[in-house]
Design a binder for this molecule. Sequence first.
Ligand code: SF4
Length: 480
Amino acid sequence: MSGRTYLGMPAFPQAARAATKDARLRANLRRATHTIRDKRARAVGELDDWALLREAGRRIKDHTLRHLDTYLIQLEERVTAAGGTVHWAADAAEANRIVAELVRATGESEVVKVKSMATQEIGLNEALAAEGITAYETDLAELIVQLGDDLPSHILVPAIHRNREEIRAIFAAKMAEWGRPAPEGLTDRPADLAEAARLHLREKFLRAKVAVSGANFMIAETGTLVVVESEGNGRMCLTLPETLISVVGIEKILPTWQDLEVFLQLLPRSSTAERMNPYTTMWTGTTPGDGPRDFHLVLLDNGRTDTLADEVGRQVLRCIRCSACLNVCPVYERAGGHAYGSPYPGPIGAVLTPQLRGTTSEVDASLPFASSLCGACYEVCPVAIDIPEVLVHLREQVAAQPGHGAERAAMRGATWLFDHPAALAAAERAASATRALHPRTLPFGPAKAWTDSRDLPQLPAEPFRTWWKQHRTTRQEPTP
Ligand code: SF4
């Protein structure tokens, strides 16, 4: 049982180049993203007040982030008063260490998991494996990814890059290694695949003493955690085991239950295109005789407070991981999720990952450029994150780093030219006069990659200034 990680993955352009050559991957992605995006549009179109809900979501999140310290302290007090234990983790290593120690303290060597982006972000499964603890994913798509020794490629549908035939082959070949084997003669009918997963997972739910989850929301006023899901596996994990450990990013907090009402409308319509999600599990600390006897909440920073300090970039902390931006993104549709080199793919990954991890590595520095800036992601985002604005902001940061001297020199040259109209006019005249000699692509140099994928526009025979000088005196004024 190995575990693939995103470590050492190539920068976005190389990874995307390989992905775009995979015809089956592109077909799987196109079919799935178009289906989900159309359903989402219909679900959102049913509500006359969607724009108001979206604005309410944006304002609630901005208010909460502005007073994050206050609400986090309030949450800690309420969770503790309700019988839970709160742990603070500054980074991935600390969070993984806390969870591993908590599991070891129970004497168990297995945990069941509810789908959780935060635990993927910190590489919890691999960290637990290094401690001799096996983590079993119980979400159907995460199970497919785990059995296939694969990586998630979508926030909502982690196995979106797989079709039914591939899933059947994975189940038939790998289920026996992890527990109950797939039934003999398994077909690729969705009902048969779901039944195989159900049987395989049931023995794990009934055996598990420890569960690990994330949470979609945390309500500060009562210390309540909320998980929304579609399959019921989360309900099993959150209620059957004796110990529950939830790893949650600090930005997932909401002040009140009234605030939750807004998000329970925004999230399902934006993610699964449902009016409401099938399972909503909420718990507050522990209750004798009902659910886990021991509850631990690990509050994860891992780059979030640094992100909060950035006036433009902080808006990404509003994200509720609905994945609507992925499903409308022309770049994601062609490159797939693995090209983004992190558990957060698509437009949100391009702005979140470089802020959580920094832009010093080649892969993280490439992410803000993994976009055409078409703006479709902003249009569908239920909390109005202006992803194109953050992308441009991050591009400026990357360009200011060492190793981008050519871009900086080009921008300085352009600034000087636009500041000197006489020089600009002379340059325009010279460019027009030599237009026949201009290459359409550049054979080498820093701009080669740029011209490889774009057509240089043909320059006009005369610059606009020359044309304007000749025509402005002869322009006819309209008759009053
Ligand atoms: S950025 Fe917006 S659209 Fe994308 S996952 Fe987050 S909330 Fe959803």
